[in-house]
Design a protein around this ligand. Structure first.
Ligand code: GMT
Length: 373
């Protein structure tokens, strides 16, 4: 098929899902046209069947806000006409689903049909989309997509309760390429002394991730056993976290590694992963940790409970319940046999989300969109 994929070029989350999906489908022989404002790092444009189309927004002094949706719609129209796209799959409703609807109308006037698949990822619904400034347009563009998917049952229910949805929403969970997670301890000594546990957190360091809770949970854990905390990623809360670690006297044990392309390798040397988010429609970072056989301490918000199974693959606790999270971390790490059992269960759970298992669902919805359009 000739498939258009629209996504954000972000380090994690929806951007990674859109990119990994593109790479996988291209390997299967589909021609993938990835449309975004910047090239995602993980998108390998040297691979056969991957084509990248950059959206350029013309800067003009009259505009306080540049009209990205307009440029994106025009790009979708041009790419569809030139490369005969059979379907376009937009990741994150804002503004992608809205821009896709406009592109569809423009193409209709030219006698061309563009079936739209919209995948809802989380903050497009739970934080941004329900804001009164966007709500009407988000609601409209969800209802006017040919097929709508959501990455968890929890996000589906949130979407149904926040909006007036007339469309069926199909749950297609996020996925991961398990072949990327290979046991390899060789870089362990770069980060930890012999006998120290390695605890990891990966995120975009936004408020919603509750970074102070990560540090607080780790603080309590390292009071009980030797441990280091690896903080991967970057974002607005990072400096505050650094200061918190200094104030608690654990600065040397908390290592900020920034946006690294070695996430999988670092997960493979980790003993525990912490994700105490305020909201999380799915928690792809937790799934990636589990793919590396790492038990997860997380909040039980949103779709996290669909990924991290309490007392099996890790511990889930109420948002902000640092005591329960710290107790959970100590419980798992204080007994090597117990740790192995949790690690094995985490890996087994991740296998349910293997890319080969999930991908047929996306191909099926592409055909459904074509039939419905
Ligand atoms: O977590 C973020 O802040 C990024 C956000 C995104 O849209 O990229 O992630 C959302 O989509 C991911 C992929 O489907 C999910 O795994 C995350 O749980 C979800 N984030 C939130 O719901 C906060």
């Amino acid at each position: 098929m000739n498939i258009g994929i629209v996504g954000y070029p972000t380090y994690g989350g929806s951007g990674v899902v859109a990119t990994e999906l593109s790479m996988y489908l291209a390997k299967q022989g589909h021609k993938i046209h990835f449309i975004s404002y910047s090239q995602p790092v993980r998108l390998d444009v040297l691979e056969p069947n991957i084509y990248y189309h950059e959206v350029n927004v013309q800067d003009y002094p009259l505009f306080e806000y540049q009209p990205y949706e307009l440029a994106l719609s025009s790009k979708m129209v041009n790419v569809t006409l030139k490369y005969k796209l059979e379907v376009i799959h937009v990741h994150y409703a804002i503004p992608h689903a809205y821009a896709a609807y406009m592109a569809k109308q423009i193409l209709r006037e030219k006698g061309v049909d563009l079936p739209i698949v919209t995948t809802l990822h989380g903050t497009d619904i739970t934080l941004v989309g329900r804001n009164p400034s966007y709500k009407q347009a988000v609601n409209f563009s969800i209802n006017h997509s040919d097929v709508v998917t959501s990455v968890s049952e929890s996000l589906k229910q949130d979407t149904l309760s926040f909006f007036n949805i007339t469309k069926d929403i199909q749950v297609i969970p996020n996925f991961l390429d398990l072949s990327l997670y290979k046991p390899d301890d060789s870089c362990k000594h770069n980060f930890a002394e012999e006998g120290e546990k390695i605890v990891t957190h990966v995120s975009n360091f936004r408020k919603v991730k509750r970074i102070p809770d990560v540090i607080d949970v780790f603080f309590r854990l390292q009071n009980e056993m030797p441990a280091v905390l690896l903080m991967l990623g970057d974002g607005p809360e990072k400096e505050r976290a650094r200061k918190q670690a200094q104030d608690l006297g654990i600065a040397e044990k908390v290592k900020f590694l920034g946006k690294t392309s070695d996430v999988e390798r670092i997960l493979c040397i980790s003993d525990l992963f912490i994700l105490p988010s305020e909201k999380e429609s799915f928690g792809l970072a937790a799934l990636e940790a589990m793919g590396a056989g790492v038990p997860v301490i997380s909040s039980n918000t949103g779709g996290l409970g669909e990924v991290n199974i309490h007392m099996k693959t890790g511990i889930t606790a109420d948002v902000g319940d640092i005591d329960a999270m710290a107790q959970g971390a100590i419980h798992i790490l204080s007994d090597p046999q117990r740790h192995i059992a949790f690690a094995q269960a985490a890996r087994a759970q991740a296998e349910r989300f293997a890319i080969d298992e999930i991908m047929p669902d996306y191909l099926r919805v592409y055909h459904e969109a074509i039939a419905a359009s």
